[in-house]
Write a protein that binds this ligand. Structure first.
Ligand SMILES: Nc1ncnc2c1ncn2[C@@H]1O[C@H](COP(=O)(O)OP(=O)(O)OP(=O)(O)O)[C@@H](O)[C@H]1O
Length: 260
């Protein structure tokens, strides 16, 4: 059986004035995989992810989700379609509780007129869902679901962001540098969480500059260079220094036949 990608980009172009951030970029994500996206600073990784997650509209090209073309005019539209993104600068509200953060922008209302007319929140339902989700992902070291996010450690915050993405991302979870600001122990926990999310069947796109992390968890590595996909490699067949050499242009990439 031919494996079909769940998410694709073909020929994405994005220009910012004279800068071409995406220069006919292609991308393929397959069901159930962790696809790492690596590339030098300014290679266009974030621009590609922003196009996929509805944060920017590409000037040209096509994005498909489950074989159908999609046009996300905002991050909300991408989320509604099942694509959740954990951004580098976490979009959590520090003063709000863990449960409130989990449901930010899609709060559960009370049933009946209390919810539909008076917009009253069903806090009990939100706290229960939040608690279920966090314990499902082994995050119940967080004692109190009503605790403000600003009182959590960096790793715990990242955990809440990952749990939120896993809870609502029905099709794809995208993580932009999820371990960049974390210590060794916290990074480890977040990597385990990423693997948990994969075990639960969700494909993950992991943008990272951290080669050991990438090589540890990725099934395939998409190497981005000068605004487009250069090649996709199997981490079992190449070393980290190979990957860095392809990424920086120090070494020619393998034959495109391996790129699929
Ligand atoms: N809003 C913007 N306005 C102008 N230029 C931009 C904008 N966003 C990105 N660029 C430019 O587009 C190019 C690609 O940037 P992008 O952030 O996509 O790269 P990146 O691979 O994610 O880099 P990094 O690893 O440094 O985050 C860069 O030259 C950048 O300066």
């Amino acid at each position: 059986m031919v494996r079909e990608p769940i998410l694709t980009c073909r020929g994405l172009v994005k220009r910012y004035g004279r800068v071409t951030a995406l220069d006919h970029a292609d991308f393929d994500l397959y069901p159930g995989e962790i696809l790492a996206v690596i590339g030098d600073n300014g290679a266009g990784k974030s621009s590609m992810i922003k196009a996929i997650s509805g944060a920017i509209l590409p000037d040209e090209g096509e994005i498909t989700l489950e074989g159908k073309p999609v046009h996300f005019s905002s991050p909300m539209r991408a989320r509604e379609a099942g694509i959740e993104t954990v951004y580098q600068n976490l979009a959590l509200s520090p003063a709000l509780s863990i449960a409130d953060n989990m449901f930010l922008g899609r709060e559960i209302r009370k049933p009946g007129v209390l919810g539909s007319w008076f917009r009253m929140l069903d806090r009990r339902a939100m706290e229960k869902h939040a608690r279920d989700k966090l314990s499902e992902l082994g995050l119940m070291t967080i004692q109190n679901i009503g605790q403000a996010v600003e009182t959590l450690s960096g790793g715990q915050r990242q955990g809440v962001a990952v749990a939120r993405a896993a809870a609502f991302g029905s099709k794809v979870v995208i993580m932009d540098e999820p371990t960049a600001a974390l210590g060794v122990k916290e990074s480890r926990r977040v990597l385990e969480l990423i693997l948990d999310v994969k075990r639960r069947g969700l494909p993950i796109v992991l943008i990272s500059h951290n080669m050991p992390h990438v090589f540890e968890v990725a099934d395939r590595i998409h190497i981005h260079r000068l605004g487009r996909r250069l090649v996709v490699i199997d981490p079992k067949e190449y070393t980290m220094s190979d990957a860095v050499a392809f990424m920086t242009g120090a070494k020619a990439p393998p034959e495109p036949a391996l790129a699929a």
